[in-house]
Ligand binder design. Structure first.
Ligand SMILES: [Zn+2]
Length: 300
């Protein structure tokens, strides 16, 4: 699958920031609010990381997309206004960064609406959505289409944006796919008793790895989408490496550096095909067969 990029560009790149702050920790364990140090680790994002990243983006002349959970917007409204006033795109990322796996459409609709209401209190009507934890459900697209969203950026089955229909067939969304390779969480996130492998990688290594991805996307006419979290990549050496990367990506000949909203609008205007994402199920009763012991199979 290929896509034509606007104005003779040969590939696209987007820098995105998920401003989770405390929300992802509280969604994981509401009692985590009693852990003062952990809370400050998350608050670093809005307090220090976002201002640093805004300065960095301004220096590089790049407009980015910030996914802001509603709870973050309610807790740090001035920070969200700073992002908006700097001309960046603000998009939806749940209300409390809720766990999405296996939830009902009704529960998910409530989370989306709460997130919309919180952003609306700041005068923001997002057209883009990114599921917390990149965890989309088969019913999610219909909920987003009903609410007038233009795009999602949480799925992982492509190198370029595409259009896909909801299960109800009542419209379509643009998908701008992501990749765990291009997420700072996997490279740097560590907090005892909360997350991470215990290995905090060198920003020099991360810069090299992400630049290789950008160069490969550039060579193939793809769409490089980088996901960073201000409480992680807003720290000095990581932000400095990110700034070098942004400079390097901007210098790739014919690279269109844009917001996800701009990429989605271009995709909707130029791609005619609307995919139906194939839902693959385990063959019915597969593990009930005598020749396939369930305990062995499920232990893999
Ligand atoms: Zn997130």
């Amino acid at each position: 699958m290929t896509i034509s990029w606007p104005n003779g560009h040969r590939a696209a790149a987007a820098f995105t920031f998920d401003v989770d702050a405390e929300s992802c920790v509280l969604a994981h364990d509401p009692a985590a609010s009693s852990r003062m140090s952990l809370m400050t680790h998350q608050a670093y994002g809005p307090r220090v990381g976002v201002p640093r990243l805004l300065r960095l983006l301004e220096r590089r002349g790049v407009t980015a997309t910030f996914f802001v959970p509603g709870f973050t917007a309610d807790t740090y409204p001035d920070m969200v206004r700073q992002i908006r006033d700097a001309g960046h795109e603000i998009a939806h990322h749940g209300y409390l960064h809720e766990p999405m796996q296996g939830i009902s459409a009704e529960a998910e609709a409530e989370y989306i609406d709460r997130g919309l209401e919180a952003l609306d209190r700041l005068g923001v009507r997002p057209v883009g959505y990114r599921a917390p934890w990149w965890e989309m459900n088969w019913h999610s697209a219909d909920l987003l289409i009903e609410r007038g969203f233009h795009y999602d950026s949480s799925l992982l089955d492509g190198d370029v944006p595409y259009r896909f229909s909801g299960e109800l067939g009542q419209g379509d969304l643009v998908e701008i796919p992501v990749d765990w390779t291009l997420d700072d969480w996997e490279q740097y996130a560590f907090y005892p008793g909360w997350t991470g492998s215990g290995v905090i990688e060198s920003p020099a290594k991360v810069h090299e790895m992400w630049l290789l991805e950008a160069q490969a996307h550039h060579a193939e006419g793809g769409c490089f989408v980088l996901t960073n979290h201000p409480f992680i990549s807003g720290r000095p050496s990581k932000a400095a490496a990110l700034e070098r990367l942004i400079g390097d990506v901007c210098e790739l000949d014919g690279m269109w550096v844009a917001t996800l909203g701009e990429i989605a609008a271009h995709t909707a205007a130029t791609v005619g095909e609307v995919r139906r994402i194939r839902r693959v199920e385990c063959p019915e009763g597969y593990f009930d067969r005598p020749a396939t012991p369930k305990a062995t199979a499920s232990a893999q």
